[in-house]
Design a protein around this ligand. Structure first.
Ligand code: URP
Ligand code: ZN
Ligand code: ZN
Length: 479
């Protein structure tokens, strides 16, 4: 099986050049000028278009059981929608219940994900602490290709990790060469504010952002960053949404600390006025955590991307339909938290980032693919256009347009936070494992074609951290 993409401009995180790219047996097998197609090879005309590494979404929640319901998008429909948007790999989350075995939860999620149409991996959440958890983290890293663990600092009385768990788990990550990640919001403050707002009669979606103001995120970001600093671990903050959290990242990075930030297109483009929509269902459709913020935060986040203090873009794709959102009709704190975006992430970022002159094409590739591959040790198998890399590619039509709508998207949810937005710059073709699975509006996703991708421990950040620890090793005073 081979595929030759002819005449496109190859764009990577560091360079662009005209070249033909040949894919064979799921890998990139040749890059060059005027390549001859082998017998029986399919050819694709890429003239006038950019050929980039397929998108990697490092933050999705397919069919997640959450807040008394289950996310409406499953691993097949969600990865298929990703392919329609140029995304060829996801990293989803295994979220064990407190007291549940991590391995048991991991195998449950592996079973659900078997129907994925594109490649996938898993972060595993640490929702409780014990010797068993520490042992199972070791087992997951050594034998199951997991190299990152997630800590929810919010969602009190459910999956929240308190400081003792953060400290124990970060230390264990250090021993294992894994990357700790955090959802940074102070769960105690959120819980307190939710009760207070409800007591004041604020029951609608407009209370959601009031219960999770930006300083609540800033405090948690600061706490997690300082725990990581003290223990000498790297740290990855998911869905950074506020100037406060960004300032903490910038401050830490200014001191040489390896802290990474992820941002969602929704936080870059939408503001908190959406929660005051007079239609309850529309306002509830935007309920996710952290919430969309007052205007000043969006410009700060763009500057975070431009300055290199934010590194990846994700979607936190976690879909709930209107009838599920209605579970919180009388109490905003019961509206299932989550919004969709896997199909729209790349086009929205291109349109608002590249077309506007905020980002270069190379930064776009870094932010949608390569940086994630590097941070989570998938590079150069993923996130690269090189001989030997996986043939996961997107052919990008910079002039193509699409008007985003829940009526026409492939995501299995009845709401789209970007409803009505017209974007310029869209994937014309998406190639996964060397096969064209999205071709000018024709989605050819195959159930079960996606593979579980193991991610080895010790991503490159650990080289510098190891040397640093060696140099700074404390010595006893000989008396
Ligand atoms: O609102 C959100 N983000 N729902 C999914 C769970 C999480 O916090 O990432
Ligand atoms: Zn989160
Ligand atoms: Zn999430």
């Amino acid at each position: 099986m081979s595929l030759l993409i002819r005449g496109a401009t190859v764009v990577t995180h560091e360079e662009s050049y005209p070249a033909d790219v040949l894919c064979a047996d799921g890998l990139i097998s040749a890059i060059g000028q005027n390549l001859e197609p082998p017998t029986g090879c399919e050819t694709l005309d890429g003239s006038g278009q950019y050929l980039m590494p397929g998108g990697i979404d490092p933050h999705t929640h397919m069919q997640l059981p959450f807040m008394g319901t289950v996310a409406s998008e499953d691993f097949f429909s969600g990865t298929a929608a990703g392919l329609a948007g140029g995304t060829t790999s996801i990293i989803d989350f295994v979220i064990p219940n407190p007291q549940q075995s991590l391995l048991e939860a991991f195998h449950t999620w592996r079973g659900w994900a078997q129907k994925s149409a594109s490649d996938y991996g898993f972060h595993v959440a640490i929702t409780w602490w014990s010797e068993q958890v520490a042992e199972e983290m070791g087992e997951l890293v050594a034998n199951h290709g997991v190299n990152s663990f997630k800590h929810f600092m919010a969602y009190k009385n459910a999956i929240m990790a308190a400081d003792d768990t953060l400290v124990a788990s970060f230390e264990r990550c250090l021993q294992l060469g894994a990357v700790p990640t955090v959802h940074a919001e102070n769960g105690e403050l959120v819980y307190h504010l939710q009760k207070k707002l409800l007591a004041q009669g604020l029951t609608g979606p407009e209370a959601h952002p009031l219960s999770r103001p930006s300083q609540v995120e800033g405090e948690a970001a600061s706490r997690a960053i300082r725990i990581a600093e003290t223990l000498g671990t790297p740290l990855y903050l998911v869905h950074v949404s506020s100037r406060e959290a960004l300032d903490e990242i910038a401050y830490a990075r200014g001191k040489g600390q390896p802290v990474y930030g992820e941002v969602l297109p929704g936080h870059l483009l939408l503001d908190d006025s959406v929660y005051r929509d007079p239609d309850w269902a529309t306002a509830a459709g935007y309920v996710m955590s952290p919430p969309f913020r007052p205007r000043e935060h969006q410009e700060a986040l763009w500057r975070g991307l431009q300055s290199g203090n934010l590194h990846t873009t994700a979607t936190d794709h976690c879909c709930f339909c209107a009838e599920q959102k209605a579970m919180g009709r009388d109490d905003f704190s019961r509206i299932p938290n989550g919004t969709a975006g896997i199909e729209d992430r790349m086009a929205v970022l291109w349109d608002a980032g590249v077309n506007s002159g905020r980002l270069s094409m190379h930064e776009f590739v870094a932010l949608t693919s390569t940086n994630t591959a590097k941070i989570f040790n998938l590079f150069p198998r993923k996130g690269a256009i090189r001989v030997g890399a996986d043939a996961d590619l997107v052919l990008w039509d910079p002039q193509g347009t699409r008007t985003i709508s829940a009526k026409t998207h492939h995501q299995q949810v009845d709401f789209n936070i970007f409803e009505g937005r017209t974007v310029r710059g869209i994937p014309s073709h998406t190639i996964s494992q060397g096969k064209v699975l999205w071709a000018d509006g024709d989605l050819r996703a195959e159930k079960g074609a996606g593979r579980y991708v193991e991610r080895p421990a010790y991503p490159s950040v650990y080289e510098v951290l190891g040397r640093r620890a060696e140099v700074q090793r404390p010595t006893p005073v000989k008396r």
